[in-house]
Write a protein that binds this ligand. Structure first.
Ligand SMILES: [Zn+2]
Ligand SMILES: [Zn+2]
Length: 400
């Protein structure tokens, strides 16, 4: 447990605080809508029996071919003979925060590859070999001596198949109206790869004590140079109190291959319904190596938590401006999951620049950056101005 020092912040625009607060409420609403726990069919021992016969994770018991994880059914599928094996994984459990300090290693059944072009590091099952980088499409990929840093304890398995994800991307690309025509044609959804992104999700109860000075606008009427004008003044008042709040599954991404902003746009991932990690889910997919450790992610989670607490406290008061607000927060009963999130990664090159787009492998939601065509923007602006001029003359002729 850590006591946070008092911090004094500069005056902040009240409007932005209220806006941020609304956004947080929306997030809360989405979180609350999360489905009830959905149980997978469990075949106790089904997989253990298979493991006795083969050392391979994913070998078909019927024909011996490789099996891969099938997103649509949530089972292992033999692409050769069509056999299926259910994966027996329980709902994942929250880990006590203290474990985070000792965490490391333990993921010996996998190995790490590095893309020589963009530097992305991928983790694959020991039996699989990386062929093409999902982030940049390069094929010069080398196996590294490095070990995967930390074994995940939870996973949200892919439930959206490659085809469906591709269809979602096609729709998304079609809506990038300002993207150059060539780019819209070159975004190849069929080349997308399913990659598990590492993230930490934190739960924490919080108790905060706060004190501050807030301000409310009011107006006075004055006469200046013979004219009546309204002048804005601020009435300041003191606030103090305590605030309690439980935070559930604050999600912080742990790899450098996707930004926190993109991850937030892909949410929710229904992390409360995540499975215990077992390597079967990785068959046919890869995971990205984490570049941030659990403690670094917890620091980021605290920043997220602190700013939510701050805006929730402010939303209790009808204020227009904040002179200052000191908040001191205690974090209690912290638990975490080191979790793999299902994301399809696609890439596209436009004028030597790489553009990545991502699809939530659970919901099919798409996010990403697309280049903007200066010609298209210019044409739109010119047409827009033309319409305005036309309207002006219509108004002059008929309205004026
Ligand atoms: Zn088979
Ligand atoms: Zn690459």
């Amino acid at each position: 447990m850590r006591q946070r020092g008092q911090e004094r912040r500069a005056e902040r625009d009240a409007a932005s605080v209220v806006k941020q607060c609304k956004k947080n409420k929306e997030e809360e609403r989405i979180m609350a809508q999360k489905n009830a726990v959905q149980e997978e069919p469990m075949q106790e021992g089904a997989w253990e029996a298979a493991e006795e016969k083969h050392t391979a994770v994913a070998k078909c018991r019927a024909c011996g071919a490789d099996m891969i994880y099938d997103a649509e059914s949530g089972e292992l599928l033999c692409e050769h003979c069509g056999s299926r094996v259910a994966i027996s994984a329980k709902t994942s459990e929250e880990q006590a925060f203290e474990r985070l300090m000792q965490e490391g290693g333990g993921w010996e059944d996998s190995h790490v590859f590095r893309c020589e072009n963009c530097g992305a590091q991928e983790i694959l099952d020991k039996l699989e070999i990386a062929k093409q980088c999902p982030f940049c499409g390069a094929t010069n990929i080398v196996e590294t001596e490095e070990l995967p840093k930390m074994r995940p304890n939870a996973i949200v398995p892919f439930r959206v198949g490659q085809k469906q994800a591709g269809a979602q991307v096609k729709t998304w690309v079609r809506k990038r109206l300002f993207a150059p025509q060539k780019f819209r044609k070159s975004a190849k959804p069929e080349k997308m790869k399913g990659v598990y992104m590492p993230a930490f999700s934190f739960d924490s109860a919080t108790t905060s004590y706060y004190s501050g000075v807030l301000g409310k606008y009011y107006y006075v009427t004055k006469r200046v140079n013979g004219r009546t004008v309204q002048e804005r003044r601020i009435r300041y008042y003191n606030v103090s109190g305590s605030y309690e709040r439980f935070f559930d599954d604050v999600l912080i991404q742990a790899s450098g291959t996707i930004s926190q902003q993109s991850l937030n746009k892909l949410q929710p991932f229904q992390t409360n319904d995540s499975r215990e990690y077992t390597k079967e889910y990785l068959s046919g997919y890869t995971a990205t190596q984490n570049t941030k450790d659990g403690l670094a992610c917890w620091e980021e989670a605290k920043t997220t938590i602190d700013s939510r607490i701050r805006s929730e406290i402010l939303s209790k008061y009808n204020c227009d401006t904040v002179s200052y607000l000191n908040v001191s927060t205690q974090y209690l009963n912290i638990t975490y999951k080191y979790i793999l999130l299902p994301v399809y990664v696609g890439h596209c090159k436009w004028r030597q620049k790489l553009y990545n787009f991502f699809v939530n492998g659970l919901s099919g939601k798409v996010t990403g950056k697309a280049p903007v065509s200066p010609v298209k923007v210019a044409v739109t602006v010119v047409v827009g101005i033309g319409v305005l001029i036309g309207l002006y003359f219509l108004w002059r002729t008929f309205g004026g």
